[in-house]
Design a protein around this ligand. Structure first.
Ligand code: ARG
Length: 476
Protein backbone atom coordinates (compact mmCIF):
# COMPACT_ATOMS: atom_id res chain seq x y z
CA UNK A 1 0.00 0.00 0.00
CA UNK A 2 2.78 2.41 0.87
CA UNK A 3 4.96 3.68 -1.94
CA UNK A 4 7.63 4.50 0.63
CA UNK A 5 9.88 1.65 -0.36
CA UNK A 6 10.10 3.17 -3.83
CA UNK A 7 11.04 6.51 -2.37
CA UNK A 8 13.75 5.03 -0.23
CA UNK A 9 15.61 3.80 -3.27
CA UNK A 10 15.89 7.36 -4.48
CA UNK A 11 19.02 9.25 -3.76
CA UNK A 12 18.49 11.98 -1.24
CA UNK A 13 15.39 10.41 0.25
CA UNK A 14 14.84 10.58 3.99
CA UNK A 15 11.87 9.33 5.86
CA UNK A 16 11.09 11.67 8.69
CA UNK A 17 8.21 12.18 11.09
CA UNK A 18 5.84 14.90 9.97
CA UNK A 19 5.19 17.81 12.24
CA UNK A 20 2.02 19.83 11.78
CA UNK A 21 3.90 23.03 11.07
CA UNK A 22 5.94 21.34 8.31
CA UNK A 23 2.96 21.32 5.99
CA UNK A 24 2.48 24.55 4.05
CA UNK A 25 -1.27 24.09 4.33
CA UNK A 26 -1.04 23.08 8.01
CA UNK A 27 -2.74 26.23 9.31
CA UNK A 28 -6.27 24.90 9.69
CA UNK A 29 -5.23 21.47 10.99
CA UNK A 30 -5.38 20.43 14.63
CA UNK A 31 -3.09 17.41 14.49
CA UNK A 32 -0.22 16.18 12.37
CA UNK A 33 -0.96 14.08 9.31
CA UNK A 34 -0.97 10.36 9.93
CA UNK A 35 2.30 8.79 8.80
CA UNK A 36 0.56 6.36 6.49
CA UNK A 37 -1.41 9.21 4.97
CA UNK A 38 1.76 11.17 4.34
CA UNK A 39 3.25 8.24 2.49
CA UNK A 40 0.01 7.42 0.70
CA UNK A 41 -0.66 10.91 -0.60
CA UNK A 42 2.93 11.77 -1.49
CA UNK A 43 3.84 11.93 -5.14
CA UNK A 44 7.32 13.30 -4.73
CA UNK A 45 8.99 9.94 -5.35
CA UNK A 46 7.78 10.14 -8.94
CA UNK A 47 6.94 13.78 -9.65
CA UNK A 48 10.44 14.88 -8.66
CA UNK A 49 11.10 14.12 -12.29
CA UNK A 50 9.36 17.45 -12.99
CA UNK A 51 11.79 19.56 -10.94
CA UNK A 52 13.30 21.36 -13.93
CA UNK A 53 9.93 22.21 -15.40
CA UNK A 54 8.58 23.29 -12.04
CA UNK A 55 11.48 25.68 -11.60
CA UNK A 56 11.20 26.95 -15.16
CA UNK A 57 7.51 27.71 -14.61
CA UNK A 58 8.21 29.41 -11.28
CA UNK A 59 10.94 31.60 -12.78
CA UNK A 60 8.50 32.84 -15.41
CA UNK A 61 5.73 33.32 -12.86
CA UNK A 62 7.98 35.35 -10.55
CA UNK A 63 9.17 37.52 -13.40
CA UNK A 64 5.60 38.23 -14.39
CA UNK A 65 4.60 39.00 -10.79
CA UNK A 66 7.36 41.62 -10.61
CA UNK A 67 6.48 43.08 -13.98
CA UNK A 68 2.90 43.48 -12.82
CA UNK A 69 4.04 45.15 -9.61
CA UNK A 70 2.62 42.34 -7.45
CA UNK A 71 6.04 41.64 -5.97
CA UNK A 72 9.07 43.91 -6.02
CA UNK A 73 11.95 43.55 -8.45
CA UNK A 74 14.20 42.83 -5.48
CA UNK A 75 11.94 40.00 -4.37
CA UNK A 76 11.86 38.59 -7.90
CA UNK A 77 15.65 38.68 -8.01
CA UNK A 78 15.91 36.80 -4.75
CA UNK A 79 13.40 34.24 -5.94
CA UNK A 80 15.32 33.80 -9.15
CA UNK A 81 18.66 33.30 -7.40
CA UNK A 82 17.07 30.94 -4.90
CA UNK A 83 15.40 28.82 -7.56
CA UNK A 84 18.59 28.62 -9.59
CA UNK A 85 20.52 27.49 -6.53
CA UNK A 86 17.89 24.83 -5.83
CA UNK A 87 18.10 23.66 -9.43
CA UNK A 88 21.84 23.23 -9.13
CA UNK A 89 21.43 21.43 -5.82
CA UNK A 90 18.92 18.97 -7.29
CA UNK A 91 21.07 18.37 -10.34
CA UNK A 92 24.09 17.69 -8.19
CA UNK A 93 22.04 15.15 -6.22
CA UNK A 94 22.42 17.14 -3.01
CA UNK A 95 18.78 18.09 -2.57
CA UNK A 96 17.03 16.09 0.14
CA UNK A 97 13.53 14.97 -0.83
CA UNK A 98 11.23 13.81 1.95
CA UNK A 99 7.67 12.46 1.88
CA UNK A 100 6.56 15.32 4.11
CA UNK A 101 7.07 17.60 1.14
CA UNK A 102 4.23 15.76 -0.54
CA UNK A 103 5.11 16.77 -4.07
CA UNK A 104 7.78 18.51 -6.09
CA UNK A 105 5.94 21.83 -6.00
CA UNK A 106 5.95 21.98 -2.22
CA UNK A 107 9.45 20.62 -1.91
CA UNK A 108 10.85 23.39 -4.05
CA UNK A 109 8.74 26.11 -2.47
CA UNK A 110 9.75 25.01 1.02
CA UNK A 111 13.42 24.93 0.06
CA UNK A 112 13.07 28.38 -1.45
CA UNK A 113 11.55 29.83 1.71
CA UNK A 114 14.25 28.17 3.80
CA UNK A 115 16.86 29.73 1.55
CA UNK A 116 15.60 33.27 0.92
CA UNK A 117 13.03 33.81 3.62
CA UNK A 118 9.95 36.01 3.19
CA UNK A 119 10.34 36.67 -0.54
CA UNK A 120 10.08 32.92 -1.09
CA UNK A 121 6.64 32.99 0.46
CA UNK A 122 5.51 35.33 -2.33
CA UNK A 123 6.24 32.97 -5.20
CA UNK A 124 2.94 31.16 -4.91
CA UNK A 125 0.98 34.41 -5.28
CA UNK A 126 -1.92 34.03 -7.73
CA UNK A 127 -1.04 30.42 -8.28
CA UNK A 128 -2.35 27.07 -7.13
CA UNK A 129 -0.68 23.71 -7.39
CA UNK A 130 -3.59 22.85 -9.65
CA UNK A 131 -2.50 25.13 -12.46
CA UNK A 132 1.16 24.68 -11.52
CA UNK A 133 1.09 20.93 -12.04
CA UNK A 134 -0.84 21.34 -15.28
CA UNK A 135 1.92 23.66 -16.48
CA UNK A 136 4.70 21.35 -15.34
CA UNK A 137 3.29 18.34 -17.16
CA UNK A 138 2.76 20.35 -20.32
CA UNK A 139 6.35 21.63 -20.19
CA UNK A 140 7.61 18.12 -19.55
CA UNK A 141 5.49 16.42 -22.19
CA UNK A 142 6.26 19.02 -24.82
CA UNK A 143 9.93 18.15 -24.44
CA UNK A 144 9.32 14.42 -24.40
CA UNK A 145 7.18 14.56 -27.53
CA UNK A 146 10.04 16.24 -29.35
CA UNK A 147 12.38 13.49 -28.11
CA UNK A 148 9.86 10.79 -29.06
CA UNK A 149 9.58 12.31 -32.53
CA UNK A 150 13.35 12.15 -32.94
CA UNK A 151 13.34 8.49 -32.00
CA UNK A 152 10.45 7.66 -34.33
CA UNK A 153 12.48 9.46 -37.00
CA UNK A 154 15.49 7.23 -36.29
CA UNK A 155 13.44 4.08 -36.54
CA UNK A 156 11.91 5.29 -39.79
CA UNK A 157 15.39 6.03 -41.12
CA UNK A 158 16.55 2.53 -40.15
CA UNK A 159 13.60 0.97 -41.97
CA UNK A 160 14.13 3.13 -45.03
CA UNK A 161 17.76 2.16 -45.05
CA UNK A 162 16.87 -1.52 -45.05
CA UNK A 163 14.26 -0.92 -47.75
CA UNK A 164 16.98 0.61 -49.93
CA UNK A 165 19.56 -2.04 -49.11
CA UNK A 166 17.29 -5.03 -49.70
CA UNK A 167 15.74 -3.77 -52.92
CA UNK A 168 14.99 -6.67 -55.28
CA UNK A 169 14.80 -9.30 -52.55
CA UNK A 170 11.60 -11.28 -52.61
CA UNK A 171 9.71 -12.62 -49.61
CA UNK A 172 6.46 -14.47 -49.24
CA UNK A 173 3.62 -12.10 -48.39
CA UNK A 174 1.13 -13.63 -45.98
CA UNK A 175 -2.53 -13.26 -45.18
CA UNK A 176 -3.91 -15.38 -42.32
CA UNK A 177 -0.24 -16.36 -41.88
CA UNK A 178 -0.70 -18.49 -45.00
CA UNK A 179 1.48 -17.75 -47.99
CA UNK A 180 -0.49 -15.37 -50.21
CA UNK A 181 1.55 -13.52 -52.84
CA UNK A 182 5.22 -12.73 -53.29
CA UNK A 183 6.25 -9.21 -52.32
CA UNK A 184 9.49 -7.26 -52.10
CA UNK A 185 11.17 -7.25 -48.70
CA UNK A 186 11.63 -3.50 -49.27
CA UNK A 187 7.87 -3.13 -49.66
CA UNK A 188 7.46 -4.84 -46.31
CA UNK A 189 9.89 -2.42 -44.64
CA UNK A 190 8.16 0.56 -46.18
CA UNK A 191 4.82 -0.68 -44.83
CA UNK A 192 6.18 -0.12 -41.33
CA UNK A 193 7.66 3.18 -42.42
CA UNK A 194 4.15 4.33 -43.39
CA UNK A 195 2.73 3.23 -40.03
CA UNK A 196 5.41 5.16 -38.18
CA UNK A 197 4.83 8.20 -40.36
CA UNK A 198 1.22 8.18 -39.16
CA UNK A 199 2.39 7.76 -35.56
CA UNK A 200 4.60 10.77 -36.10
CA UNK A 201 1.60 12.71 -37.39
CA UNK A 202 -0.39 11.79 -34.28
CA UNK A 203 2.45 12.94 -32.02
CA UNK A 204 2.81 16.25 -33.84
CA UNK A 205 -0.89 16.81 -33.66
CA UNK A 206 -0.93 16.02 -29.96
CA UNK A 207 1.93 18.46 -29.44
CA UNK A 208 -0.31 21.31 -30.62
CA UNK A 209 -2.74 20.64 -27.79
CA UNK A 210 0.01 20.08 -25.22
CA UNK A 211 1.65 23.36 -26.14
CA UNK A 212 -0.95 25.57 -24.43
CA UNK A 213 -0.20 27.58 -21.27
CA UNK A 214 -2.52 26.91 -18.28
CA UNK A 215 -0.86 29.02 -15.53
CA UNK A 216 -3.05 31.82 -14.18
CA UNK A 217 -6.05 29.54 -13.86
CA UNK A 218 -5.15 29.27 -10.17
CA UNK A 219 -7.21 26.75 -8.20
CA UNK A 220 -10.06 26.66 -10.74
CA UNK A 221 -11.56 30.12 -11.19
CA UNK A 222 -8.65 32.38 -12.08
CA UNK A 223 -7.46 35.05 -9.66
CA UNK A 224 -8.33 38.59 -8.59
CA UNK A 225 -4.66 39.54 -8.90
CA UNK A 226 -3.64 41.30 -12.13
CA UNK A 227 -1.61 38.47 -13.71
CA UNK A 228 -0.38 38.68 -17.29
CA UNK A 229 -0.87 35.20 -18.62
CA UNK A 230 0.25 36.03 -22.14
CA UNK A 231 3.56 37.31 -20.83
CA UNK A 232 4.16 34.04 -18.98
CA UNK A 233 3.27 32.17 -22.16
CA UNK A 234 5.79 34.20 -24.12
CA UNK A 235 8.51 33.59 -21.54
CA UNK A 236 7.85 29.86 -21.65
CA UNK A 237 7.51 29.79 -25.46
CA UNK A 238 3.86 28.72 -25.53
CA UNK A 239 2.04 30.02 -28.61
CA UNK A 240 -1.30 30.29 -26.79
CA UNK A 241 -2.89 30.29 -23.34
CA UNK A 242 -5.80 28.11 -22.21
CA UNK A 243 -9.19 29.80 -22.47
CA UNK A 244 -11.06 28.41 -19.49
CA UNK A 245 -9.63 28.15 -15.99
CA UNK A 246 -11.91 25.27 -14.97
CA UNK A 247 -10.91 23.28 -18.03
CA UNK A 248 -7.24 24.16 -17.52
CA UNK A 249 -6.92 22.59 -14.08
CA UNK A 250 -8.94 19.48 -14.84
CA UNK A 251 -7.93 18.73 -18.43
CA UNK A 252 -5.66 15.77 -18.96
CA UNK A 253 -6.87 14.70 -22.36
CA UNK A 254 -3.57 15.91 -23.81
CA UNK A 255 -2.01 13.09 -21.76
CA UNK A 256 -4.56 10.60 -23.00
CA UNK A 257 -3.71 11.66 -26.54
CA UNK A 258 -0.02 11.09 -26.02
CA UNK A 259 -0.75 7.74 -24.42
CA UNK A 260 -2.84 6.74 -27.41
CA UNK A 261 -0.21 7.89 -29.90
CA UNK A 262 2.33 5.93 -27.84
CA UNK A 263 0.11 2.86 -27.73
CA UNK A 264 -0.32 2.94 -31.52
CA UNK A 265 3.44 3.30 -32.02
CA UNK A 266 4.12 0.39 -29.66
CA UNK A 267 1.47 -1.64 -31.48
CA UNK A 268 3.26 -1.07 -34.76
CA UNK A 269 6.62 -2.01 -33.28
CA UNK A 270 5.05 -5.04 -31.65
CA UNK A 271 3.74 -6.30 -34.99
CA UNK A 272 7.14 -5.87 -36.56
CA UNK A 273 8.70 -7.72 -33.64
CA UNK A 274 6.19 -10.53 -33.96
CA UNK A 275 7.33 -11.06 -37.54
CA UNK A 276 10.97 -11.05 -36.47
CA UNK A 277 10.21 -13.59 -33.77
CA UNK A 278 8.48 -15.88 -36.27
CA UNK A 279 10.99 -15.34 -39.03
CA UNK A 280 13.92 -16.12 -36.77
CA UNK A 281 12.53 -19.56 -35.91
CA UNK A 282 14.09 -22.65 -37.42
CA UNK A 283 10.76 -23.25 -39.16
CA UNK A 284 10.83 -19.94 -41.08
CA UNK A 285 14.54 -19.24 -41.03
CA UNK A 286 14.21 -15.98 -42.93
CA UNK A 287 16.20 -13.77 -40.61
CA UNK A 288 19.06 -13.89 -38.16
CA UNK A 289 19.09 -11.32 -35.39
CA UNK A 290 22.64 -10.27 -34.41
CA UNK A 291 24.00 -11.94 -31.27
CA UNK A 292 24.28 -8.55 -29.58
CA UNK A 293 20.51 -8.19 -29.77
CA UNK A 294 19.55 -11.64 -28.54
CA UNK A 295 19.96 -13.57 -25.32
CA UNK A 296 20.66 -17.15 -24.36
CA UNK A 297 19.05 -19.76 -22.14
CA UNK A 298 20.35 -20.61 -18.67
CA UNK A 299 19.89 -24.32 -19.33
CA UNK A 300 19.79 -24.95 -23.10
CA UNK A 301 23.21 -24.13 -24.52
CA UNK A 302 22.04 -24.05 -28.13
CA UNK A 303 19.42 -21.33 -27.61
CA UNK A 304 19.47 -17.85 -29.05
CA UNK A 305 16.29 -16.05 -28.17
CA UNK A 306 14.71 -12.91 -29.65
CA UNK A 307 14.06 -11.43 -26.19
CA UNK A 308 14.30 -7.80 -27.28
CA UNK A 309 11.53 -8.33 -29.82
CA UNK A 310 9.48 -10.27 -27.28
CA UNK A 311 9.90 -7.57 -24.66
CA UNK A 312 8.76 -4.86 -27.04
CA UNK A 313 5.70 -7.01 -27.75
CA UNK A 314 5.16 -7.50 -24.01
CA UNK A 315 5.76 -3.87 -23.07
CA UNK A 316 3.10 -2.90 -25.60
CA UNK A 317 0.62 -4.48 -23.21
CA UNK A 318 1.87 -2.26 -20.41
CA UNK A 319 1.58 0.84 -22.54
CA UNK A 320 -2.02 -0.11 -23.41
CA UNK A 321 -2.65 -0.51 -19.69
CA UNK A 322 -1.40 3.02 -19.07
CA UNK A 323 -3.78 4.40 -21.69
CA UNK A 324 -6.67 2.57 -20.10
CA UNK A 325 -5.58 3.83 -16.68
CA UNK A 326 -5.76 7.50 -17.68
CA UNK A 327 -9.07 7.07 -19.48
CA UNK A 328 -10.52 5.41 -16.40
CA UNK A 329 -9.06 7.97 -14.01
CA UNK A 330 -10.68 10.78 -16.00
CA UNK A 331 -14.09 9.34 -16.73
CA UNK A 332 -15.91 9.97 -13.48
CA UNK A 333 -14.23 13.11 -12.18
CA UNK A 334 -16.53 15.84 -10.98
CA UNK A 335 -15.38 19.27 -12.09
CA UNK A 336 -12.74 20.49 -11.51
CA UNK A 337 -9.42 19.38 -9.96
CA UNK A 338 -9.48 16.18 -7.90
CA UNK A 339 -6.53 14.45 -6.34
CA UNK A 340 -7.19 11.49 -8.63
CA UNK A 341 -5.35 13.56 -11.21
CA UNK A 342 -2.09 12.95 -9.41
CA UNK A 343 -2.40 9.41 -10.77
CA UNK A 344 -1.80 10.75 -14.28
CA UNK A 345 1.95 10.90 -13.87
CA UNK A 346 3.11 7.34 -13.33
CA UNK A 347 1.33 5.98 -16.43
CA UNK A 348 2.68 8.93 -18.40
CA UNK A 349 6.27 8.63 -17.19
CA UNK A 350 6.22 4.87 -17.63
CA UNK A 351 4.92 5.21 -21.18
CA UNK A 352 7.47 7.86 -22.11
CA UNK A 353 10.30 5.65 -20.82
CA UNK A 354 8.96 2.47 -22.36
CA UNK A 355 8.20 3.97 -25.74
CA UNK A 356 11.48 5.81 -26.03
CA UNK A 357 13.63 2.86 -25.02
CA UNK A 358 11.71 0.53 -27.34
CA UNK A 359 12.09 2.91 -30.27
CA UNK A 360 15.81 3.31 -29.67
CA UNK A 361 16.58 -0.37 -29.31
CA UNK A 362 14.46 -1.41 -32.26
CA UNK A 363 16.12 1.16 -34.52
CA UNK A 364 19.49 -0.28 -33.57
CA UNK A 365 18.30 -3.87 -34.00
CA UNK A 366 16.85 -3.23 -37.47
CA UNK A 367 20.36 -2.43 -38.64
CA UNK A 368 21.58 -5.76 -37.23
CA UNK A 369 19.30 -8.18 -39.07
CA UNK A 370 20.62 -10.59 -41.66
CA UNK A 371 18.06 -11.84 -44.13
CA UNK A 372 18.42 -15.26 -45.75
CA UNK A 373 17.69 -14.18 -49.29
CA UNK A 374 17.58 -17.68 -50.79
CA UNK A 375 15.29 -19.07 -48.16
CA UNK A 376 12.89 -16.17 -48.39
CA UNK A 377 12.69 -16.40 -52.14
CA UNK A 378 12.18 -20.15 -51.98
CA UNK A 379 9.52 -19.53 -49.37
CA UNK A 380 7.85 -17.09 -51.74
CA UNK A 381 7.76 -19.73 -54.47
CA UNK A 382 5.85 -22.18 -52.33
CA UNK A 383 2.16 -22.21 -51.54
CA UNK A 384 1.05 -21.57 -55.14
CA UNK A 385 1.72 -17.91 -54.51
CA UNK A 386 1.38 -17.00 -58.20
CA UNK A 387 -2.13 -18.46 -58.54
CA UNK A 388 -3.69 -14.97 -58.63
CA UNK A 389 -1.31 -14.03 -61.45
CA UNK A 390 -2.62 -17.00 -63.38
CA UNK A 391 -6.22 -15.95 -62.84
CA UNK A 392 -5.37 -12.39 -63.90
CA UNK A 393 -3.64 -13.81 -66.97
CA UNK A 394 -6.94 -15.41 -67.99
CA UNK A 395 -8.81 -12.17 -67.25
CA UNK A 396 -6.55 -10.36 -69.71
CA UNK A 397 -7.49 -13.02 -72.27
CA UNK A 398 -11.15 -12.10 -71.74
CA UNK A 399 -12.16 -14.75 -69.21
CA UNK A 400 -14.51 -13.40 -66.45
CA UNK A 401 -12.62 -13.22 -63.15
CA UNK A 402 -14.98 -15.58 -61.30
CA UNK A 403 -14.53 -18.23 -63.99
CA UNK A 404 -10.75 -17.69 -64.01
CA UNK A 405 -10.71 -18.08 -60.21
CA UNK A 406 -12.50 -21.42 -60.51
CA UNK A 407 -10.19 -22.68 -63.27
CA UNK A 408 -7.03 -21.83 -61.31
CA UNK A 409 -8.54 -23.28 -58.14
CA UNK A 410 -9.01 -26.61 -59.93
CA UNK A 411 -5.48 -26.37 -61.33
CA UNK A 412 -4.08 -25.87 -57.85
CA UNK A 413 -6.14 -28.79 -56.51
CA UNK A 414 -4.64 -31.00 -59.19
CA UNK A 415 -1.10 -29.87 -58.35
CA UNK A 416 -1.74 -30.64 -54.70
CA UNK A 417 -3.00 -34.12 -55.59
CA UNK A 418 0.07 -34.75 -57.76
CA UNK A 419 2.54 -33.07 -55.39
CA UNK A 420 3.62 -30.58 -58.07
CA UNK A 421 4.23 -26.86 -58.30
CA UNK A 422 2.41 -24.80 -60.95
CA UNK A 423 5.69 -24.35 -62.79
CA UNK A 424 5.94 -28.11 -63.25
CA UNK A 425 2.77 -28.34 -65.34
CA UNK A 426 3.03 -28.52 -69.13
CA UNK A 427 1.27 -26.10 -71.45
CA UNK A 428 -1.02 -28.96 -72.50
CA UNK A 429 -1.97 -29.51 -68.90
CA UNK A 430 -2.90 -25.80 -68.59
CA UNK A 431 -4.88 -25.95 -71.80
CA UNK A 432 -6.74 -28.94 -70.46
CA UNK A 433 -8.21 -26.55 -67.89
CA UNK A 434 -8.90 -23.62 -70.23
CA UNK A 435 -8.35 -23.02 -73.94
CA UNK A 436 -7.28 -19.41 -73.29
CA UNK A 437 -3.91 -20.55 -71.90
CA UNK A 438 -1.06 -19.85 -74.34
CA UNK A 439 2.68 -20.49 -74.33
CA UNK A 440 3.28 -17.10 -72.61
CA UNK A 441 1.58 -18.44 -69.46
CA UNK A 442 4.84 -20.02 -68.34
CA UNK A 443 6.38 -16.54 -67.88
CA UNK A 444 3.62 -15.54 -65.50
CA UNK A 445 4.57 -18.18 -62.99
CA UNK A 446 7.81 -16.81 -61.57
CA UNK A 447 7.73 -14.89 -58.33
CA UNK A 448 9.77 -12.03 -59.78
CA UNK A 449 7.36 -11.62 -62.65
CA UNK A 450 4.50 -11.72 -60.16
CA UNK A 451 6.05 -8.97 -58.04
CA UNK A 452 6.90 -6.73 -60.95
CA UNK A 453 3.48 -7.10 -62.48
CA UNK A 454 1.91 -5.46 -59.42
CA UNK A 455 2.30 -1.96 -60.77
CA UNK A 456 -0.78 -0.37 -59.24
CA UNK A 457 0.01 2.72 -57.22
CA UNK A 458 1.22 1.51 -53.82
CA UNK A 459 1.78 -2.03 -55.16
CA UNK A 460 4.91 -4.12 -54.68
CA UNK A 461 6.44 -3.82 -58.19
CA UNK A 462 10.09 -2.83 -57.93
CA UNK A 463 9.58 0.37 -59.93
CA UNK A 464 6.81 1.45 -57.59
CA UNK A 465 8.84 0.68 -54.49
CA UNK A 466 11.83 2.56 -55.89
CA UNK A 467 9.73 5.59 -56.66
CA UNK A 468 8.23 5.58 -53.16
CA UNK A 469 11.77 5.50 -51.75
CA UNK A 470 12.71 8.42 -53.99
CA UNK A 471 9.56 10.29 -52.94
CA UNK A 472 10.35 9.78 -49.24
CA UNK A 473 13.93 10.86 -49.71
CA UNK A 474 12.88 13.88 -51.76
CA UNK A 475 10.49 15.07 -49.08
CA UNK A 476 13.13 15.01 -46.35
N1 ARG B 1 0.66 16.50 -6.59
C1 ARG B 1 -0.55 17.06 -7.11
C2 ARG B 1 -0.87 16.42 -8.47
O1 ARG B 1 -0.02 15.80 -9.01
C3 ARG B 1 -0.40 18.51 -7.28
C4 ARG B 1 -1.67 19.25 -7.17
C5 ARG B 1 -2.21 19.14 -5.80
N2 ARG B 1 -3.35 19.96 -5.63
C6 ARG B 1 -4.14 19.87 -4.58
N3 ARG B 1 -5.14 20.67 -4.54
N4 ARG B 1 -3.93 19.01 -3.63
O2 ARG B 1 -1.95 16.55 -8.99
Amino acid sequence: MIPRSDCRRNKGWVDVAVKKQDRPWGGRFGEPTDREVVAFTASIHFDRRLYRHDIEGSLAHARMLARQGIITLGEAKKIRAGLKAILTEIERGDFVFTPEDEDIHMAIEKALIARIGEAGGKLHTGRSRNDQVALDIRLYLREEIVRTLELVGSLKAALLNRAKGEIGRIMPGYTHLQKAQPVLLSHYFLAFWEMLARDEGRLRDCLKRVNVMPLGSAALAGTSLPLDRSYVARLLRFPVVTKNSMDSVSDRDFIAEYLFAAAATMMHMSRFCEDLILWSTDEFGYVEIADAFTTGSSIMPQKKNPDVAELIRGKTGRVYGNLLAIMTILKGLPMTYNRDLQEDKEPLFDTVDTLQSSLAILAAMVGRLTFREERMERGAEGGFSTATDLAEYLVLKGVPFREAHGVVGRLVARCIREGKALTELTLEAFQGFHSAFDADVMERLTVRQSVNARKTMGGTAEDGVRSRIAEIEGSK
